[in-house]
Ligand binder design. Structure first.
Ligand code: NDP
Length: 295
């Protein structure tokens, strides 16, 4: 009598993951697999080290192995675009992809970083017509500012150390992004040379630099902290540690604060929505990261 497998058993798991270099310290796997287990999905999220020269082969491998989708992190967010069939609106505007989604036979690049940030703000502030001060002009700042613009903020001040990156992000916002939003947005660039005094008509203040990231946890975002008013909402993208010096000082000024874990969890949940079509439990995801970071 030949062996017959009972119908209920299934040893094939759906595959997702992250391609990056370095990847070992990226905690995304912990929160994604916690969500999969919580929702009874027999899915895996693999942290995969991919060298830039191997990205093409890695994408072909993901397609060949039937991945549902995958995240791209440093240094692949721009380079991956040439191996995809199309881009979502904001990924196209930013020129960067952090989440690849299989839709039928096509592989589409999305950017969930800025959308994750928007979700972390959503319960606290309607950003429509609001004025924003954003520290930083790298990948995170780019993603956040483009999504805020698409969501209807009226003004964004980019404060950045290097003039080249600050200027080029401001140009993008004033040019293509402003056009896409019907000409409502205004953007300006302020070179960051000393402690920045936040204008009193600001609604939302965001640190999107890497200042304060572990192990440099004592590093300070150079702001005139007395210029922060309690009516301002203050956010930090740094996930580790979640309670940065920047947020501590903002909280001391009476501001409501949003930590970087909220954005990290929210962008992961958007990825799961793209891949599995479910709204993952973000509490379970956050708890898994708090265990990882021992907070
Ligand atoms: P990039 O390297 O692209 O950009 C870094 C930014 O930080 C630049 O604007 C850089 O300015 C600025 N910066 C770094 N050090 C200093 C300093 N000492 N003084 C002033 N400015 C400084 O990085 P990303 O934008 O990709 O990432 C930034 C941070 O965001 C990282 O810490 C990352 O962990 C976090 N992040 C969090 C996410 C989340 O979900 N919570 C998602 C994505 C990122 P300059 O142009 O002058 O070099």
């Amino acid at each position: 009598m030949p062996f017959q497998m009972p119908e209920a058993l299934n040893f094939k798991q759906e595959l997702t993951g992250a391609f990056g270099q370095p990847i070992a310290e990226n905690p995304t796997q912990a929160m994604m697999e916690a969500a999969y287990a919580h929702h009874g999905l027999e899915w895996r999220y693999l942290s995969i080290e991919v060298e830039p020269a191997d990205l093409k082969a890695a994408v072909a491998g993901a397609k060949a192995m039937g991945f549902v989708g995958f995240n791209c992190t440093i240094p692949h967010k721009v380079a991956v675009i040439e191996y995809l069939d199309g881009l979502g609106e904001s990924a196209e505007l930013m020129g960067a992809v952090n989440c690849v989604v299989r839709r039928g036979t096509e592989w589409i690049g999305e950017n969930t970083d800025g959308k994750g940030f928007l979700e972390s703000v959503a319960g606290r502030m309607d950003v429509n017509d609001k004025r924003v001060v954003l520290f930083g002009a790298g990948g995170a700042a780019r993603a956040i500012s483009v999504e805020l613009a698409l969501e209807g903020v009226s003004h964004i001040t980019i404060v950045n150390r290097s003039v080249s990156r600050g200027g080029s992000l401001t140009e993008l916002l004033q040019g293509r992004v402003r056009e896409t939003t019907g000409g409502r947005l205004t953007a300006e660039f302020v070179p960051w040379q000393c402690a920045y005094e936040v204008p009193q008509d600001t609604d939302l203040v965001i640190n999107a630099t890497s200042i304060g990231l572990f192990p440099d946890t004592e590093a300070v975002v150079e702001v005139e902290y007395e210029s922060l008013q309690s009516r301002m909402l203050v956010a930090d993208v740094i996930p580790n540690p979640p309670r940065t010096r920047f947020l501590e000082r903002a909280a001391d000024r009476g501001c409501e604060i949003i930590d970087g874990l909220e954005m990290l969890v929210a962008q992961g949940a958007i990825g799961i929505r793209h891949w599995a079509g479910i709204d993952a439990d973000t509490r379970v995801m956050r708890e898994s990261l708090e265990r990882v970071f021992s907070v």
